[in-house]
Design a protein around this ligand. Structure first.
Ligand SMILES: [Ca+2]
Length: 211
């Protein structure tokens, strides 16, 4: 009884759009200096599954100091032909000497970087083009990344002091928006065309009447 009530309650929330339609495959915490690229593959099909992706401290703790970008790497992969969307719900790293999340549009860190506007901030810092502060990585609207292919790679760098809450993001298969709909009749261009057609028809009727 209790279970069925809970099930109904969740279903009702889902109808209201308050909970996601899919279920997280698993929680992915960013690797910390493991030296091994962690690869996570999304199940095929939109909204069937997603990853909850966090910094190495998970959802509750700050990220660790002294993360080395070269050995703290994770790659997300979707089925061939699909793309990946990442939506950040939280993002906070140090800016003073910059702890940075790097994003690469491909299967490893040799892929094209999705750059921030950040330059390298100093001797104790991480490299340029990584994302820091409270501006979450994005290339498709605020807080949102979309890959051009079927994989996306993240690397994280932090210096030896000062750490913050890090990030929380959802990683899922990208669902492209539907193609543009038929233009509405109130579209000015369509209205002008309709007017021209009507005038033409009127002129033809007049010619027929006078001929
Ligand atoms: Ca730091």
């Amino acid at each position: 009884m209790r279970h069925s009530f809970r099930h109904s309650f969740v279903a009702a929330l889902a109808c209201l759009g308050l909970v996601p339609p899919g279920t997280a495959q698993t929680v992915v915490d960013h690797p910390y200096d493991t030296g091994v690229v962690a690869t996570h593959t999304l199940h095929s099909g939109p909204n069937t599954a997603f990853f909850d992706y966090h910094d190495n401290g998970g959802s509750a703790a700050n990220y660790s100091n002294s993360a080395v970008a070269a050995t703290s790497v994770v790659t997300f992969v979707a089925a061939p032909g699909q793309r990946i969307k990442v939506t950040f719900s939280a993002f906070q790293t140090e800016t003073a000497f910059a702890d940075r999340l790097f994003v690469y549009d491909g299967a490893d860190t040799s892929a094209l970087i999705i750059p921030s506007a950040n330059a390298a901030p100093g001797a104790f810092s991480c490299a340029a083009l990584g994302w820091d502060g409270t501006l979450a990585p994005n290339n498709a609207g605020a807080n949102t990344l979309v890959s051009s292919g079927n994989s996306l790679t993240f690397a994280f760098c932090s210096d030896s002091s000062m750490n913050f809450a890090g990030w929380a993001a959802r990683v899922e298969v990208y669902v492209p928006p539907p193609p543009a709909s038929v233009p509405a009749l109130n579209d000015p261009a369509i209205a002008a065309l309709a007017l021209l057609l009507a005038l033409g028809a009127l002129a033809a009727l007049r010619r027929r009447g006078s001929g």
